[in-house]
Ligand binder design. Structure first.
Ligand code: GUN
Length: 280
């Protein structure tokens, strides 16, 4: 039986740390120093809208002032980029998040590139050559914290990351490397995936396919981190087939209640860091 890594409980601790940090910043530097976050939502996708609402609520609870800007599905790329430009120039705006995915007629790459790095609260523009990610991509940073809190030291371990997205897989591999792990990155074109996953001491899965990793693909005693959030008949399901993997793992994250709440908590950590940087 695996020990559950309780993302919800760790996220609560992280949120309390951010709330204290925010309180301290305001006490020392005044109300103008208070962290804030502008959340841009394009379109009416129900899941995205719910996530933005949750992020705004998280902000409020942590002493970070949220502003939500909702734009219609038909908003042009030009109009959205003009908005980002205006937010970039606005001295009162300390952190910008544009909820993904955006409608197909908008280039995600151009959109993310338009957000000023010093306001990029998602940490998407963290540089690959940096050895000091103080504003790191939220999900990988959240995973690293969950491993630390669970007493898992990645140094010298074989970590297998399944997925190579710019948001999770690639920055995850870098954060693991920076912490002295040996890293294998697998993806949709990897030949004999199970051959690789079975060698993982720590297996991190972010492929967006429900119950994709099954028990036969996991080494006895592995630590398994499930970044997936898929919906089957309206219920959240991870990328890991929990029922067959859990008996083999030593530690495992549940879905829901695992990586998801921690990613959102790390957004708050980044918002505080951006505000602290500015106050300096
Ligand atoms: N959509 C799903 N996850 C994320 C995220 O981490 N950041 C943004 N901006 N959009 C998302």
């Amino acid at each position: 039986m695996a020990t559950l890594i309780d993302g919800k409980a760790i996220a609560q601790k992280v949120k309390e740390e951010v709330a204290l940090g925010s309180q301290k910043l305001v006490a020392e530097r005044g109300e103008d120093a208070r962290p804030n976050m502008t959340l841009v939502l394009v379109g009416s996708d129900a899941v995205s809208k719910r996530l933005v609402d949750l992020k705004a609520k998280d902000c409020e609870a942590a002493g970070i002032t949220p502003t939500v800007i909702a734009m219609s599905e038909s908003t042009s790329e030009e109009k959205l980029l003009r908005l980002i430009d205006r937010l970039n120039r606005d001295d009162d705006v300390k952190a910008i998040l544009c909820q993904l995915p955006v409608p197909d007629h908008i280039s995600t790459k151009r959109l993310l590139a338009a957000i000023a790095p010093e306001k990029d609260v998602d940490g998407f523009s963290a540089r690959i050559d940096s050895d000091d990610y103080d504003v790191a991509a939220c999900t990988p940073a959240a995973v690293m914290r969950m491993l630390r809190e669970s007493g898992v030291d990645v140094a010298g371990k074989h970590c297998v990351v399944v997925g190579r997205s710019n948001i999770v897989g690639k920055p995850m591999a870098i954060q693991l490397l920076l912490n002295d792990a040996t890293v294998t990155v697998c993806h949709s074109k990897t030949a004999d995936l199970a051959e690789h996953t079975r060698r993982a001491d720590i297996l991190i899965v972010a492929v967006g396919r429900p119950r994709f990793i099954t028990g036969d693909m996991v080494k006895e005693g592995a630590v398994v981190i499930d970044v997936g959030m898929n919906y089957i008949e309206g219920r959240p399901v991870g990328d890991v087939d929990f029922a067959s993997v859990e008996p083999k793992a030593s530690k495992i994250t549940p879905v829901p209640g695992g990586v998801g709440p921690m990613t959102r908590a790390y957004l708050l950590v980044n918002a505080l860091t951006l505000a602290e940087r500015r106050a300096k």
